[in-house]
Design a protein around this ligand. Structure first.
Ligand SMILES: [Zn+2]
Length: 214
């Protein structure tokens, strides 16, 4: 039990590059190396996409839309859509792809369908009040457009042999996070050295201390 609680607390400190104050309390993580894998991470250590506001925070934090994009159309149907896509992506990236697997086939068909269902949000460069060029969308993005962007990321990942070979599942206890290992020598073992890596180091230290006492 204590481990689980520690995991939840530690995750919050490792929110990666995400720093929007309104949303940091959701403890979202964006350190998997791919948007479609970041979406998978929203199940850990518990369901993050359980309300519209955290979903908005995830969409903003993931970089799917330029900073400051209003997501006014987001509602409960968006939650259903993102969670459905998340389930299919998980099916596709965990384990080997197989032509013979019915579940893999269903997930693949659905991700392909979502990837082509709408044009992805296309940012333009516009002047902000301070005279800098910033990215902005033409209008509020639709759910279909955002799902298409995540689904295309999954399509690109699945069809890129180098990236595919770099997919790893964290070695941490009970940590299901899947990430892209782009480290030198491909020896990254943890979803995050601050959370799972640190927990392993602490456990190793305790084991050594216990041995020394024995
Ligand atoms: Zn982990």
């Amino acid at each position: 039990m204590a481990l689980g609680m520690a995991a939840g607390t530690a995750t919050g400190t490792a929110a990666g590059s995400y720093s929007a104050p309104a949303s940091s309390s959701y403890e979202l993580r964006f350190d998997s190396g791919r948007i479609c894998l970041d979406l998978l991470a929203t199940t850990h250590p518990e369901e993050r996409l359980d309300a519209v506001e955290p979903l908005r925070a995830w969409i903003s934090g993931s970089g799917l839309v330029p900073a400051g994009t209003a997501l006014g159309a987001a509602d409960a149907s968006w939650l259903v859509g993102f969670r459905e896509l998340r389930g299919h992506v998980g099916q596709l990236v965990r384990g080997e792809p197989s032509r013979d697997s019915r579940r893999f086939g269903i997930a693949l068909a659905r991700v392909n369908e979502l990837a082509c269902a709408a044009p992805t949000p296309a940012p333009r460069a516009v002047w902000d009040d301070g005279g800098s060029l910033v990215r902005a969308l033409d209008g509020d993005p639709s759910c279909a457009a955002l799902l298409a962007a995540v689904a295309r990321d999954a399509v690109e990942l699945l069809t890129d042999p180098v990236a595919r070979a770099s997919i790893r599942e964290c070695e941490g206890d009970n940590c299901p996070i899947v990430y892209l290992d782009t480290s030198r020598g491909r020896r990254r073992r943890w979803c995050s050295s601050e959370t799972c890596g640190n927990r392993e180091r602490v456990a190793r230290h305790r084991r050594r201390a216990a041995l020394a006492r024995a």
